[in-house]
Design a protein around this ligand. Structure first.
Ligand code: PLP
Length: 392
């Protein structure tokens, strides 16, 4: 037997030790608090749609948890990104810098604005946007025209930059914000995966001018489907709420809308679920950290690279990842684990390799390509029954 075959078997044994027998998914929502009660209360109140006390409460809870001054709930994370890009004045024909190593929603939202993504490389350790790659690309490829950063090749304005905190590992976002400021570019953090992740005690999603969260079923906490826009700017927050609620002018009975808005507000039913989830978030984060420590110890003992965050950061351990020797070993593990009923998956296909983003400008993406061949995600959900110890 080869070395890797032995390692594969021992890894599956370790996962079975954590999660027990049966199928082991990558993610699974945890509803062990007041979820049912709050949802039934919302039904009984008849406030199930876009107006209701739970929406305001959920926004307040997430703002308090993240330390963001304002939080505006939306139907999903993609719509939050869409509106954040509009608030950053991204217009048709503009360009927005992002990472090739991300979930497709980031780039879809850029496309909804009629803008085009430009892809810069990620750092190997954070798997998030590299500030040095960003600076290098901007220095070589842009010039300042009337205070606006423009692409030398296409002539397009570069309006915004959307770094992403991959798998909940905080990227070097303060450095990215600093580079963007130098070039007159607005930073929007895609913090969809990083609720509960901090840099030097400061929550991710509070560094950019705007940032977005997702509460999809696979994220740290879920509202079924949902998202949020975070900002410290009151004007932007008010506009975010206006745009996501059909741009309706407040009036006791008349329907007047003063621009083309969106029906992107989170329904009260979903927010009710979110309020209950927020109550359990600290406990879930603690258990996820313990799962990650088990994986880290296992990997250290087996000489396998386990992806850990830089020392000054506290990740939420949303999704654990290991780095294998090469693509062959990666594929062998994926086939073996999935045939054993233990779900594992490779990192996303790089955005510049997807049909719709093939022509987009990019740098060499050296680290992105290297990681795409080697990263495997491990099951990272909260184990069955693990929440019981917090019950009083
Ligand atoms: C989940 C996710 C989103 C938003 O997804 P929705 O399903 O629309 O809530 C955006 N970006 C990243 C990186 C994500 O992982």
């Amino acid at each position: 037997m080869t070395k890797s075959k032995v390692f594969f078997e021992e890894l599956i044994t370790e996962i079975r030790r954590i999660y027990g027998s049966g199928c082991v998914p990558l993610h699974r929502p945890v509803f062990e608090g007041n979820e049912r009660r709050y949802v039934v209360e919302a039904i009984d109140s008849n406030f199930v749609s876009s107006v209701g006390a739970r929406v305001d409460e959920f926004e307040r809870r997430v703002a308090a948890f993240t330390g963001s001054a304002w939080a505006v709930a939306t139907v999903n994370g993609t719509s939050a990104l869409h509106v954040a890009l509009e608030l950053a004045d991204v217009q048709r024909g503009d360009e927005v810098i992002s990472q090739a190593l991300t979930f497709v929603a980031t780039c879809n939202a850029i496309s909804y604005r009629g803008a085009r993504p430009v892809f810069v490389d990620v750092d190997l350790d954070t798997m998030g946007m590299s500030p040095s790659a960003l600076r290098e690309w901007l220095q070589v490829n842009t010039l300042l025209q009337e205070g606006q950063c423009c692409n030398r090749q296409t002539g397009a304005r570069i309006r915004a930059c959307v770094p992403m905190h991959t798998f909940g590992l905080p990227c070097r976002v303060q450095e990215i914000v600093d580079v963007c400021q130098e070039f007159g570019i607005t930073t929007i953090e895609d913090a969809a995966e990083s609720l509960g992740s901090y840099i030097n005690g400061r929550h991710t999603g509070t560094f950019g001018r705007l940032s977005t969260l997702s509460f999809n079923g696979n994220k740290v906490i879920t509202t079924g489907g949902g998202g949020m826009i975070l900002t410290d700017d009151e004007g932007l927050a008010k506009r975010a709420k206006h745009l996501t609620t059909t741009a309706k002018v407040p009036h006791p009975f008349e329907f007047v809308h003063d621009e083309v808005g969106y029906n992107y507000r989170m329904p009260n039913l979903n927010a009710a679920l979110g309020c209950a989830q927020m109550e359990k978030l600290p406990d879930m984060l603690q258990i996820k950290a313990e799962v990650a420590m088990s994986y880290r110890n296992f990997c250290e003992n087996h000489g396998i690279a386990f992806v850990t965050a830089p020392a000054d950061t506290q990740p939420n351990y949303w999704l654990n990842a290991i780095i294998l020797e090469n693509r062959e070993e990666r594929d062998a593990l994926l086939v073996y684990a999935n045939s054993e009923g233990v779900m594992m998956r490779p990192i996303w296909r790089l955005m510049n390799q997807l049909e719709m983003f093939k022509g987009c400008q990019r740098d060499r993406l050296e680290n992105s390509i290297w990681l795409a061949d080697r990263v495997v995600n491990l099951p990272s959900c909260v184990p069955d029954g693990a929440m019981r110890r917090f019950e009083t």
